[in-house]
Design a protein around this ligand. Structure first.
Ligand code: C2O
Ligand code: CU
Length: 511
């Protein structure tokens, strides 16, 4: 079943209204519910999970530095939409099937409000995980203006909860950004890109077993999920009518496993203005943009003088990345369509600024600790792929324990064949470089022998990041300063099937 493309309009999630707001703080409540929603006009309505009865959830917009409190409320039914693998960490039969915890991805936040994977809670907070500390989360929003997103983070079932629909945008704004005169208001649109597969009846499909089934298990986690249909903001292959002028699009890859290499079939440039952590120093004109799961790219696309044109946003990244199958030109190669059919409602006075914000380089001289961390591939007792961070399962004693205020360099030594988007909670980092190395020698002797020079970064990676592509057979180096909070956080691969099966570890910022 291939659904028709570009017959449904792109939905734009509503902005969430606070319950209260005064000069000191803002308070929101967000309910998680199950409901039916139309994901494509040729499909029956699909049962999904969402925040405030929407998939994606409503967009939360805050000011940099605003004190925000959010009560995340689980109002989901007791039965999960998808097959649960009870052998996966944290998802054994001793806990209820439907558990949730919310993480604002990229937030600078105290650990008790970060959505620690074992801080889950059930409906009415009846049952809670061992690290649950409070019902109402506190966000200090000490980030600069940036595109964040909130999503579920429950240990062992994050892939299923996000796939069910539990994700939304969280935007931080700031006057410095306003003064740049970027396209704004109705000309600023978030785009959440995901892949899914549908059953004939319109329900969402998630596999019970990997390609090579595990006979001992009724349901087993799969090392990847690759959907055959692309959705943007919860609609399959939507279109968006635009005016012949500049627009700002906040691209987010919220897929489980799929990477995207985004292009416009008009061949025109996209001007990337921001990365995960906010504005770049200057805009970068790009023909293609790579987005691994959880990465964001904020771009300006100029439709001026393109009246009457239809422009398709395309994707040509193999899945899994980079060694997987080429995407099908009839399906997942296409993302959405822009139709330049609206009349220009007023003169476009927005700009693509020449300079945006200084991004000072974190100094390598201030580094007090260097950590070498491998990304590795193992096999579990059922012969399944079991990917780990530095060979440690989730429950291993915590070895990453940076001091508050310390600057560290982490060497992400990827000995696997996949590219892993590695995400650290709490902080933004900078990417130093990537470098090929001799994997066999490393596996045998535990020494890094580089086989080529350090590769310079593309200009669009020279900004603040919270998720980095650690490519196969490369050492990727990142640098960061830990703070301003102490406490227990996590770092992990953002391929959700990897994260759920132990490619995640706790880290602790100590005093
Ligand atoms: Cu997008 Cu640990 O999360
Ligand atoms: Cu991974």
């Amino acid at each position: 079943m291939i659904l028709s493309k570009f017959i449904d309009e792109l939905p734009i999630p509503p902005i969430l209204k606070p319950r209260w707001k005064n000069q000191f703080y803002t308070y929101y409540e967000v309910n998680m519910t199950e409901f039916r929603q139309s994901l494509h006009s040729q499909l029956n309505d699909t049962t999904v999970w969402g925040y405030e009865d929407g998939y994606p959830g409503p967009t939360i917009e805050v000011e940099s530095g605003e004190k925000v409190f959010i009560k995340w409320i689980n109002n989901l039914p007791g039965k999960h939409l998808f097959p649960i693998d009870y052998t996966v960490h944290g998802a054994h039969r001793d806990v209820p099937d439907v558990r949730t915890v919310v993480h604002v991805h990229g937030a600078c936040v105290e650990w008790e409000s970060d959505g620690y994977p074992e801080a889950w809670f059930t409906k009415g907070f009846k049952q809670v995980g061992p690290y649950f500390r409070k019902q109402i989360y506190r966000y200090d929003n000490c980030n600069h203006a940036c595109t964040l997103w909130y999503h579920d983070h429950t240990i062992g079932i994050t892939r299923l909860n996000i796939y069910a629909g539990l994700a939304g945008f969280y935007l931080i704004r700031e006057n410095r950004e306003r003064s740049l005169n970027l396209p704004s208001g109705k000309y600023e649109i978030p785009l959440m890109i995901q892949d899914k597969t549908f059953n004939k009846d319109g329900s969402l499909y998630y596999p019970k077993q990997p390609e090579k089934p595990i006979p001992e298990l009724e349901m087993s986690i799969t090392p990847k999920f690759i959907g055959d249909t692309i959705l943007v903001n919860g609609k399959v292959w939507p279109y968006l009518k635009v005016e012949p002028r500049k627009y700002r699009f906040r691209l987010l890859n919220a897929s489980n496993t799929r990477f995207y290499r985004i292009k416009l079939d008009s061949g025109q440039l996209m001007y990337q203005i921001a990365t995960d952590g906010g504005l770049l120093e200057y805009p970068v004109g790009l023909k293609e943009i790579m987005l691994a799961p959880a990465e964001r790219a904020d771009v300006i696309i100029d439709f001026t003088n393109l009246e009457g044109k239809n422009i398709i946003m395309t994707n040509d990244a193999p899945a899994p990345f980079p060694g997987g199958d080429k995407p099908d030109p009839n399906t997942v190669c296409q993302v959405m369509q822009f139709r330049v059919t609206l009349p220009l409602s007023s003169v476009d006075t927005s700009t693509i600024p020449a300079h945006m914000m200084p991004v000072p380089k974190t100094k390598e001289q201030s580094v007090t600790r260097v950590r070498c961390l491998t990304l590795n591939d193992n096999m579990d007792q059922y012969g399944r792929e079991w990917m780990l961070l530095d060979n440690n399962p989730w429950d291993a004693p915590i070895s990453e324990n940076p001091k508050l205020g310390a600057t560290e360099i982490w060497y992400l030594i990827n000995v696997t064949d996949d590219s892993h988007p590695i995400h650290l909670h709490l902080i933004d980092f900078q990417i130093l470089d990537r470098r090929n190395f001799d994997v066999e020698k490393f596996n045998k002797e535990k020494v890094i022998e580089y086989t080529g020079p350090a590769m310079p970064l593309e200009p669009q990676e020279r900004g603040w990041k919270d998720t980095v592509r650690a490519n196969p057979k490369q050492v990727t180096r990142i640098i960061m300063q830990f703070g301003p909070f102490t406490g227990l956080y996590v770092w992990h691969c953002h391929i959700l099937e990897h994260e759920d099966y132990e490619m995640m570890g706790p880290y602790i910022v100590i005093r």
